[in-house]
Design a protein around this ligand. Sequence first.
Ligand code: NAP
Ligand code: 8YV
Length: 317
Amino acid sequence: MHTLNRILQAGKLVPALEQALHARYSVHRLADEPDPAAFLVEHGAQFDAVVTSAAIGLPAQHLAALPSVKVISSFGVGLDKVPVEEAKARGIAVGYTPDVLNDCVADTAFALLLDVARRTAEADRFVRAGQWARLGSNSFGLGRKVSGARMGVVGLGRIGQTIARRGLGFDMEVRYHTRRPVAGVPWAHEPSLTALATWCDFLVVITSGGPSTRHLINEEVLNALGPRGFLINVARGTVVDEAALIRALQDGRIAGAGLDVFESEPQVPDALTGMDNVVLLPHIASATHETRQAMGQRVMDNLDAFERTGQLISAAY
Ligand code: NAP
Ligand code: 8YV
């Protein structure tokens, strides 16, 4: 038994999870503190668990001020803002919410892909602005065909494989790039990211974030994707060199982009908001009632399992 007496809530959570957490445990919201670092210096020792999210994370210096913490339970699958190595070194368990969001993130990748290729958001703006009524039928122009196109998936983990499977329904030819080939999948591994970008019509990015993938999608990859190629990013903003992406779009060196994530969220560069061949989402790939409910449930289940058994349902290491 690892009774959790006092939980630190690192930031804002979805309301249902916040309610469930506060109904079950004694929880303190760090965000309510005017000076969180000073609060932790004074009171950090009273907490034996932290609940956070992929978006909020937990600064390593905050974890250093929490000497009694035994478990971190994070809402989300991305661990780029969670100090996993520091936690591991101290024997602190780290829980997260993989798998339950695969479908919705894959669906969003396809929503972006279809939207940027078939220009649906742009066409919606055209209709609302009265342009169709003014200019008449066939005035909007043409999009790019998606069915039967070539899709390159960068990262073929839980979500990447779900995206690749979606390609089957669109009769797409799918190849992927990862550092190590994945055993037992029907798609061809491409060891060179540049070669994958050259080959495909749609390059869909779904690697993990963090320093090891920073600016993996750089000028060279974008040039390889070429003026008929589209970039879709549902991974992390840091995986794409955003300045290089903007230059490539401005020069017409790629055809367009569908982006759910950005380098400095929630800031989106004006250069992107002014472009019609770009579809922009506010990091909502997992944001459905069903998936967010399942993610919140996994956060609670991780805590519950840790209390009962010392193990997590979904452990990050
Ligand atoms: P996962 O199962 O761990 O898959 C990660 C994949 O990335 C693996 O195939 C891995 O293969 C590949 N990868 C890692 N580093 C790479 C590199 N340098 N070059 C090429 N491939 C690399 O993770 P997942 O559950 O699919 O989630 C993936 C990521 O999606 C999360 O970490 C998160 O950041 C992001 N995400 C975003 C949203 C959103 O709302 N937009 C929602 C959920 C998740 P190798 O290790 O073999 O290279
Ligand atoms: C999160 C995400 O919902 O799971 C992840 O890694 O990026 C999203 O699913 C979002 O970051 C809230 O924490």
